[in-house]
Design a protein around this ligand. Structure first.
Ligand SMILES: O=C(O)CCC(=O)C(=O)O
Length: 212
């Protein structure tokens, strides 16, 4: 695994530190510790309890499997979303999600009208290689990914496999903002790990294009 960290900027007085990465065709900004401990872990616990998690199923090679994590889709009323054949209608923003969304909008300077919540119950839950490149998100979507709870590796690779994969560790309270051609040229996964026994909640804030 190669390290492509370009810039690490620590500012004790101007808010969370920011890291950027030298990955051709990817535009990533990692805001570290936007929520400091114990707030990150408390929010993890609160979201585990408050959100309406569902166990989605996926059909592969004629067999139906449980998706290896729990999911929940929240957003503005008209923000339906479909992912790998799973059709999701948005649930109404909860006060907790609304306040996290507000912080993320300020940080990223972008509006988000929906969020996909992922609950990794422990290290055996994962998400496989994919890109957030659904048509409804547009060609160059801005995705803000917020992590609470257990630290997990976020692995990225070029779709054309021209570079080796790279790992970014996402800790509780971090926000990773992905922009520009990232979803066109790169894909990502959160691999399984035997090392992690604690839950993690990840929130990916998105802007779904709504038909007029
Ligand atoms: O859990 C993560 O960090 C990534 C989640 C993800 O890839 C997604 O929701 O599309």
């Amino acid at each position: 695994m190669e390290s492509h960290r370009l810039l690490s900027q620590q500012s004790l007085f101007q808010g969370p530190s920011v890291e950027e990465f030298e990955l051709p065709g990817a535009d990533l900004t990692l805001h570290k510790s936007v929520w400091v401990q114990p707030d990150g872990d408390l929010l993890c616990q609160q979201l585990v309890e408050e959100l309406e998690w569902s166990q989605d199923k996926i059909s592969m090679f004629g067999q139906v499997h449980d998706v290896p994590r729990l999911n929940a889709w929240y957003g503005d009323r008209d923000c339906s979303y479909s992912w790998s054949g799973i059709q999701m209608s948005p649930m109404e923003w909860t006060p907790t999600l609304s306040s996290i969304r507000q912080r993320v909008i300020e940080l990223a300077g972008e509006e988000f009208n929906s969020v996909l919540a992922n609950l990794y119950r422990d290290g055996s839950d994962k998400v496989d290689w994919h890109a957030d490149d659904e048509q409804v998100l547009g060609l160059t979507p801005v995705i803000a990914s917020v992590s609470f709870g257990a630290s997990r590796k976020f692995r990225l690779r070029r779709k054309d496999r021209s570079l080796t994969a790279t790992d970014i560790v996402l800790d509780s309270g971090d926000v990773l903002v992905m922009r520009g051609p990232t979803q066109q040229l790169w894909e990502h996964q959160v691999p399984r790990t035997k090392m992690v026994k604690e839950p993690r909640v990840n929130l990916t804030f998105r802007k779904v294009r709504v038909a007029a």
